[in-house]
Design a protein around this ligand. Sequence first.
Ligand code: TMP
Ligand code: ASP
Length: 238
Amino acid sequence: MKTKLKKLYEGKAKIIYQKNIKEVHAYYKNDATAFNNLKKGSIKDKGKINNAICSYLYEILNNADIPTHFIKKIDKNTQLLEKVDIVPIEVLVRNYFAGSLSEKFGIKEGTKIPDALIEYCLKSDELGDPHISPEHIFTLNLCDPETLELIDDYSLRVNDILRSVFYTVGLKLIDFKLEFGISKKSNELVLADEISPDTCRLWDLKTNEKLDKDRFRRDLGGVEEAYLEVMNRLGLKI
Ligand code: TMP
Ligand code: ASP
């Protein structure tokens, strides 16, 4: 969508425009990055595909009474969102070992974790999103203990919902990243940022084929096809 709105911020995958003091537009781009910007590229139709997937998932979360920033999908690349002050923490929720957790402990990717594991990273590209503990979070004043408790509670509820949504379409939710913010509309903590194959690891239930951004990160090929496959399985179109 061509827009005359003021650009507030351009991130790696989205551009945020000011709609009014309480609402923004998020425009989903085809740009892809990995390893905190070290690897750059573009994935055909990613903006439209991720917007379709993310809007669908956020509608489900809104209907399940998880407070989120999502208001509605406006067009193929754009969402209307509540403006938030982002909490500078990336929350990683893991159901199986993979990625940095597998590397850290030398445990094979795909090994089941009995209860979902939550980890936190400081949201800082310059520092490479370092992993942090709750003690670091409170020392750095990133949020207070009550807010972190709520973040954990919402994250586990989101995990339960997303796991079952993906399971229904033959996908295993290996892990994912969430962000939260304080809404300018409600003044409450809300789930924010995107949920898509950029931010989730999704494996085919039967073959364990990777259908997410690891195809881009690891040069596995078939990147657009993987994103399209996730979208098609969810019954969505661009
Ligand atoms: P990791 O294994 O690299 O720590 O990533 C765990 C999950 O979080 C994986 O699904 C990718 C996602 N993630 C992001 O979306 N953005 C990030 O900046 C990071 C560190 C992870
Ligand atoms: N989102 C991060 C980046 O764009 C990390 C990743 O997804 O690998 O660099």
